[in-house]
Design a binder for this molecule. Sequence first.
Ligand code: XUL
Ligand code: CO
Length: 438
Amino acid sequence: MSYFGNVAPIKFEGKQSTNPLAFKFYNPNEVILGKTMREHLRFAVAYWHAFTGSGSDPFGSGTAIRDWDKFSGMDLAKARVDACFELLNILDVDYFCFHDRDIAPEGDTLQETNKNLDEIVAYIKENMKSSGKKLLWNTANMFTNPRFVHGAATTNNAEVYAYAAAQVKKALEHGKELGSENYVFWGGREGYETLLNTDMGLELDNLARFLHMAVDYAKEIGFDAQFLIEPKPKEPTKHQYDFDAATTLSFLQKYNLLPHFKLNIEANHATLAGHTFEHELRVSRLNGVLGSIDANQGDMLLGWDTDEFPTDLYSTTLAMYEILQNEGGIGRGGVNFDAKVRRTSFEAIDVVYAHIAGMDAFARGLQVAAKLLEDRVLENIIDDRYASFKSGIGADIVSGKASFKTLEAYALQNNPIVNKSGRLENIKGIVNQYLINV
Ligand code: XUL
Ligand code: CO
């Protein structure tokens, strides 16, 4: 049984290839800066978009034609697992990621829901064993079911809080069972609409309590995954508490959670926050919390999370430029395609094309970023731009020797202040040259 039209595993054919079912840039065995592309990128398929999503939008129902939709209930859940392992094999992708509710239907009670989950997790485990595929991360969906209307760990309703805790407890157990390398907390409805009815202090304290309980329970059961928080500024709530990397960092610091968490940075969440993807990666990297990425892109003409497959080479290059400079690169994290095909790309084969395009965009970004680093293109520009801090008064500032008094005495000498051009257009032209020529 094939869900993707018996497509043979995709091979690297090089940038001249016109075969739509071939990689043009992603060559898993190509060595770049001492590691293979496969090791650098650690691609993952997102279960919710590739197998559970239907292509619906607020104005219309699903358009996706998927052979597994002839099933229902647990048969559908199993068919999706089959489709998942078929796609991983076709794409030569090693990892996948899922929410609990992506993989199995909810029952009438929590017991029934958990039973369904246990059964599918066992089936996934069998498939992982026979295929060698791995789980990059799992997470709990605490935003779709109406019970989470006011949030989960930041709800006003303690009964919902308890339910959410039970859900995450189970998800941690499943993460351990499947050897997940990370566990993600994306605050689906952890935010608020208006302060008129919100106790923000209590909600944030409760969120911290929840995360501490998760850390404690993972330790108790010996689940040693890296915990990740995925910032997002808005959607579904107007004010999401984990707005961006900097906001999340200050929350983690305040509540003594920093030692236990890193961040999962998503491109489209960054742009919704008014940042670039590379800005969020840089903030994370400088604070030692760059854990993993959700690879996608938004649309500058649309103000919501469009979750498009990443094809913008400028963005993938600057993202890989950050990842290459991160200690240990992407580490235990990976490049998860939290991306969906457009509603108009409704055939199953479009999911294959979309991943090929995304993988090639990141592979190309990796090649260009590595070459930029190797040639110290931006490093030399930046060294030169900050040269004033290498000697004289600048060196005094950096070494901590300077004070307001010594700086005032320096300024009072009234030496002429000479600024240099930032050469922005020239630099962008050079980056373009690298994008085209490498
Ligand atoms: C939502 C989003 C989620 C997380 C996992 O915008 O990105 O799918 O990645 O819950
Ligand atoms: Co995401």
